[in-house]
Design a protein around this ligand. Structure first.
Ligand code: ZN
Length: 82
């Protein structure tokens, strides 16, 4: 049997660059920046299709157009999902 030099757990060296979030979510700090034109914010529309706020796709927190938190990480959102 050949003695294969395989290490089961490759130790990650310090190559991970800490990228500074350009447009971080105030709750989860994940970057909401997509490119120079768009963000990853999900627009929330009101009854008359007016923009009433936005949702963070990472932590599901919702904010109004003044960036005030209106729903923390999807809490209180009863959707009947498991
Ligand atoms: Zn978030």
């Amino acid at each position: 049997m050949a003695n294969q030099n395989l290490s089961p757990m490759q130790k990650k060296t310090k190559t991970t660059k800490k990228q500074k979030a350009i447009d971080p979510c105030p709750i989860c700090s994940k970057d909401l920046h997509l490119n120079h034109e768009y963000t990853q914010r999900v627009g929330l529309l009101g009854d008359f299709d007016e923009v009433i706020g936005w949702l963070c796709p990472h932590c599901k927190s919702e904010f109004d157009t003044d960036n005030h938190l209106t729903r923390f990480q999807g809490e209180g959102n009863v959707r009947g999902e498991a």
